[in-house]
Design a protein around this ligand. Structure first.
Ligand code: AMP
Length: 218
């Protein structure tokens, strides 16, 4: 099972990818998480990607494709995977098709979680994350916890991702529509695109996503 999840930053694709990976027992590969881990480690990859991420720009294809190719060749991806945040350019999508094609495999479904720009800005610029357990809070839906600056579950400190600050948020959304929306046409052309309205509550979107997967695999 090889699923690609498409959606702008803030569309909820990370949350839905986590749910799908648990339900289907396949690996969840999040390119943004892999880059953030590298940036925190400060290794060679981290140093290369940090300045792109801080500006809200895409990391060049060459670096990104190499990192993801290594990751999906690892044993924990043998049963399949859901890709969250990759591909983001046509070059990446074609590189993925090639890498899978060499093994006689292919992307079977591209799920596109659709959310309006206004809602994306609202969601991203109010997002706070726990340093301890990574629980996500929002200034609008969880004002008490965000005001206290502490996680309700583990007591960890809440922080805002540097690329969730308003200026960078607008840049990331702009980059998404310029570079990533052509992928929607690409997967539509291949008959693999499934569009999901991502504006409801997490559980509502989850039901729609699971419905699409059942339609294909159940
Ligand atoms: P995300 O957590 O998916 O929003 O990703 C955070 C940042 O990581 C992005 O703004 C990019 O700088 C970088 N990034 C993640 N995935 C990719 C990708 N597929 N191609 C290029 N850059 C990426």
């Amino acid at each position: 099972m090889h699923i690609v999840l498409l959606g702008a930053p803030g569309s909820g694709k990370g949350t839905q990818a986590g749910i799908i990976s648990q339900r289907l027992g396949i690996a969840h590969v999040a390119s943004g998480d892999l880059f953030r881990e590298a940036a925190n480690r400060g290794d060679e990859l981290g140093q290369q990607v940090k300045s792109y991420m801080e500006k809200g720009l895409l990391v060049p294809d060459e670096i990104t494709i190499k990192m993801i190719s290594e990751c999906i060749a690892a044993p924990d991806c043998n049963k399949g995977f859901i890709l969250d945040g990759f591909p983001r350019t046509l070059g990446q999508a074609k590189a993925l098709d090639e890498a899978l094609g060499e093994k006689g495999e292919s992307v079977e479904m591209a799920l596109y979680i659709e959310v309006s720009t206004k809602e994306l800005v609202r969601r991203l610029s109010g997002r706070f994350i726990c340093r301890g357990c990574q629980t996500i809070y929002h200034a609008i839906t969880s004002p008490r916890q965000v005001g206290a600056g502490r996680c309700e579950r583990c007591g960890g400190e809440l922080y805002q991702r540097s690329d969730d600050l308003p200026e960078t948020v607008r840049k990331r959304i702009e980059v998404y529509f310029a570079e990533t929306s052509p992928l929607i046409d690409y997967y539509r052309g291949e008959g693999k695109l499934v569009e999901i309205n991502g504006e409801g509550a997490i559980e509502e979107v989850e039901q729609k996503v699971l419905g699409a997967l059942k339609g294909k695999w159940a």
